[in-house]
Design a protein around this ligand. Structure first.
Ligand code: PEP
Ligand code: MN
Length: 264
């Protein structure tokens, strides 16, 4: 299989502009859950860049549990993230939820995100394979590591080897946290596959309070990067406010990660 260590032993390095996943650095993707306005994304982006983030994120098409929740700014959101990314000097990533929107989204971003709810949307996986854009493939809500790697296989066999895996927590009997962050997946993936694997402790825990400790634990476990939700005003966020770091807390975390990285 294309993602396996048997097929290729040397680590794949996925580069997105100046960010590279799978090499010696640990890039951090930061930004709000959803793009809400130009000002919101600009504030998040400029602070994330100053704090040392390597990429800016933000959803324009949001796969919300309830159809009555904010669904995203859609095309207007894509234009905002493209503009803000170039203004603050960060490559950008946004989620694709619909095969019919892949081409449009690919014109506005540097990396395409496949969310947890779509990890086994095989039509969508085949469609993103055709774009040749780097893909951030999140682990499904209840997917085994084997199923997750098979999803990567769909993208790679479709002609796109630029896949970064993202552990974002799985559903277990525990309800105190939003999901159970499976950090064991990091060394397991590194053992089975040559693909880079990053960790998203924001969705993994569901609460800003646990994000920083789990981000540090991820780096200690060997993660090739992090995805952290950051919002200029989490109390007013239209989605995932409770798990979003303030700009100050994010910059504090980045300082701590630097100290940790030099210690490892
Ligand atoms: C997101 O990154 O905002 C998101 C919806 O993530 P997930 O697919 O992991 O729930
Ligand atoms: Mn989110």
């Amino acid at each position: 299989k294309l993602a396996s260590r048997e097929f290729q032993n040397s680590n794949t390095i996925v580069t997105v502009d100046k960010a590279s996943f799978g090499g010696s650095t640990i890039p951090v993707i930061a930004g709000p859950c959803a793009i809400e306005s130009y000002d919101q994304l600009y504030q998040a982006g400029i602070s994330a860049k100053a704090a040392g983030a390597s990429m800016l994120r933000g959803g324009a098409y949001k796969p919300r549990t309830s159809p009555y929740s904010f669904q995203g700014l859609e095309k207007a959101g894509l234009e905002i993230i493209k503009t803000v990314g170039s203004e603050v000097g960060l490559p950008v990533v946004s989620e694709v939820t619909d095969p019919r929107k892949v081409e449009l989204i690919a014109e506005h971003v540097d990396m395409l995100q496949i969310g947890t709810r779509n990890m086994q949307n095989f039509v969508l996986l085949k469609e993103v394979a055709l774009t040749k854009k780097p893909v951030l493939l999140k682990r499904g809500l209840a997917a085994t590591i084997e199923e997750w790697l098979m999803a990567a296989e769909y993208i790679m066999s479709g002609g796109n080897n630029q896949v970064v895996l993202c552990e974002r927590g799985i559903r277990t009997y525990e309800t105190y946290t939003r999901n159970t962050l499976d950090l064991t997946a990091v060394p397991v993936i590194k053992h089975l596959s040559h693909l880079p694997v990053i960790v998203d402790p924001s969705h993994g825990t569901g609460s800003w309070r646990w994000v920083s400790p789990m981000a540090k634990a991820s780096v200690a476990a060997g993660a090739d990067g992090l995805l952290i939700e950051v919002h200029p005003c989490p109390e007013e966020a239209l989605s995932d406010g409770p798990q979003s770091l303030t700009l100050n807390n994010f910059s504090q975390l980045m300082a701590e990660l630097n100290t940790l990285a030099t210690a490892l």
